[in-house]
Design a protein around this ligand. Structure first.
Ligand code: ASN
Ligand code: ZN
Length: 320
């Protein structure tokens, strides 16, 4: 039954939702913002020390170092998503510099936000080819936004929400960069970053959690899309990169059903909910509740958006 409803909800042949003029007014974009990023890209020189050697500051021309120039451009796109769509001035909403380090350590198979800056390994060329992919950069920078928006404790459900919200804004950065409608997007996070030794398309799939890779070395993508398959574990801070599949899929269902550009209405609702949450220990249902409140606020009480969002949460097993 749930599978049928889910199939129906994601049927891209379903009529796309029309926004009322009042709803559009309420959530009208601020327009192109005057906000500008202050990017500071460093070369880690394959060592562990951060931030490393400053190689490109805001306004500088290209360095010719591919990873550094990609990190610069990608940080600009993430800044623009938050500034031009949601009116946010950098990660702290106070214009903080966007500090990033490329070539972090040697053969390092990860990227991260360390509480102050982004760092990107090059990958070992076997498991990972690169981490400089737009949805990954958006994911890491979103961790900064989340931190400065009251934070979400990085364990268990609140940690999985932290991970999911990072995936949402990572994917939205990519979709906006490519000007894709929700139904055209592949909803993959980290597409193409896996190395030749790994059988998989991406790190995670918001459209079909659990199917991003299936491999002898990495195993099967462990993400569930429904609460019935919530993974109770002490690994990975309580499965923060696993159970994030559930709220990820709720966002995917909501955005796909509404149609149009996912960074607009759905993104604004998620962003507004993050600003209003005020609960670092939030559970999935606390967050679902907050997103529905935000939908009611932004698109009107009892709006079809709010109704559809409640339905999306129900389809992943979270009844509000
Ligand atoms: N790339 C990972 C992430 O941003 C690093 C980590 O496990 N914290 O989630
Ligand atoms: Zn993360």
């Amino acid at each position: 039954k749930v599978r049928e409803e889910r199939a129906e909800m994601t049927d891209i042949g379903a009529p796309h939702h029309e926004l009322s003029p009042a709803a559009l007014n309420r959530i009208a974009a601020q327009g192109e913002s005057k906000l500008k990023p202050d990017r500071q890209i460093h070369d880690g020189q394959y060592k562990a020390a951060l931030p490393g050697k400053l190689i490109r500051s805001e306004g500088d021309t290209e360095t010719g170092i591919a990873d550094a120039d990609t990190a610069y451009d990608a940080a600009g796109q993430v800044f623009s998503l938050f500034a031009d769509e949601y009116g946010r001035n950098s990660l702290d909403d106070d214009g903080m510099p966007l500090v990033a380090t490329v070539h972090h350590r040697r053969n390092y198979n990860n990227a991260f936000w360390d509480g102050k800056q982004m760092a990107y390994g090059t990958g070992d060329g076997k498991l990972f080819r690169t981490f400089l992919e737009l949805s990954v950069v958006g994911h890491e920078m979103a961790h900064g936004v989340i931190q400065y928006s009251g934070g979400l404790l990085y364990e268990n459900q609140s940690g999985a929400l932290n991970e999911s919200i990072a995936d949402v804004f990572g994917s939205l950065t990519l979709q906006r960069g490519l000007a894709l409608e929700a139904h055209e997007a592949d909803w993959l996070v980290g597409r193409g970053i896996l190395g030749p030794d790994i059988n998989g398309a991406a790190l995670r799939s918001m459209k079909a959690p659990g199917t991003a890779y299936s491999d002898d070395l990495l195993g099967q993508d462990p993400q569930p899309w429904h609460m019935d398959h919530f993974v109770v574990t002490t690994d990975d801070n309580g499965g923060v990169h696993i159970n994030s599949g559930i709220p990820n899929h709720a966002f995917y269902l909501f955005a796909t059903y509404l149609g149009g550009k996912a960074w607009e209405i759905p993104g604004r609702i998620w962003y507004h909910a993050l600003q209003s949450l005020n609960n670092p220990m939030a559970s999935f249902s606390d967050w679902a509740d907050q997103t529905i409140k935000s939908a009611n606020e932004l698109t009107g009480n009892g709006s079809s958006e709010a109704v559809m969002l409640r339905r999306a949460w129900k389809l992943v097993g979270i009844a509000i």
